[in-house]
Design a binder for this molecule. Structure first.
Ligand SMILES: C[S@@+](CC[C@H](N)C(=O)[O-])C[C@H]1O[C@@H](n2cnc3c(N)ncnc32)[C@H](O)[C@@H]1O
Length: 197
């Protein structure tokens, strides 16, 4: 049985708290909240096995390995086998193994039937900005797979990005540009004021 222990909305204030605490990856944008949130809420302990599903080119798994002395894995095909150019055009997945040498990369997707990620193995399975890209009809098989690689008693953390409705987040739209500009300058104002304290 799985128990939902906590869910919450991300906020700029929370992000600024991470900044105050000196957590890495804080920057203006969704991942600038999500990655420190994983660090702050992951409760990682030495020797644990941790996998980011859809880790893409993120430096977070290497950071977790260095900081908490965990065994870090990434499961992602980087859009190659799935032929999703959006993900493959960001870089060369083959270079990641030397860039982040402590991380074990498996070029497979959750829910797609690959078998190079061990079952009943991980203390923690997490995602950052990935679940919202998985078609709803595939969600069950992706979750089933994530549950199978998780040890009994293991934990999952998921950061899901939700777009603002009515299309006002679109930068081509005047309201979107306004929202973005206000948000960006607010962020820098708060950041400056924290740095000057
Ligand atoms: C927005 S990126 C994730 C960004 C990354 N987590 C970060 O913090 O930079 C989404 C990634 O999810 C991957 N992905 C999509 N479906 C997946 C699945 N079923 N299993 C594993 N990865 C998947 C894509 O290949 C892509 O690299």
């Amino acid at each position: 049985m799985y128990v939902l222990k906590k869910y919450e909305w991300g906020s700029v204030f929370e992000m600024m708290k991470y900044h105050e605490k000196g957590l890495p990856f804080v920057e203006w944008g969704i991942k600038g909240h999500n990655r420190p949130w994983v660090i702050a809420n992951g409760n990682f302990k030495k020797g644990e096995k941790v996998i980011e599903v859809g880790g893409a080119y993120s430096a977070l798994p290497q950071y977790l390995s260095d900081k908490f002395n965990i065994e870090a894995w990434v499961m992602d095909d980087f859009g190659i086998e799935s032929k999703e150019d959006l993900w493959s055009r960001w870089g060369n997945r083959e270079e990641l193994k030397s860039k982040y040498p402590s991380v074990k990369y498996v070029f497979e997707r959750a829910g797609e039937g690959g078998n190079n990620v061990p079952l009943d193995y991980f203390d923690c399975v997490y995602t950052v900005s990935t679940l919202e890209h998985i078609p709803w009809n595939d969600m069950k098989k992706v979750f089933d797979h994530m549950c199978k690689i998780l040890k009994p008693g293991g934990r999952m953390l998921h950061c899901v990005d939700l777009s603002i409705p009515f299309g006002i987040h679109k930068t081509s739209d005047a309201k979107g540009i306004l929202l973005g500009t206000v948000g960006y300058s607010l962020y820098h104002k708060i950041k400056e004021s924290i740095q000057s304290v």
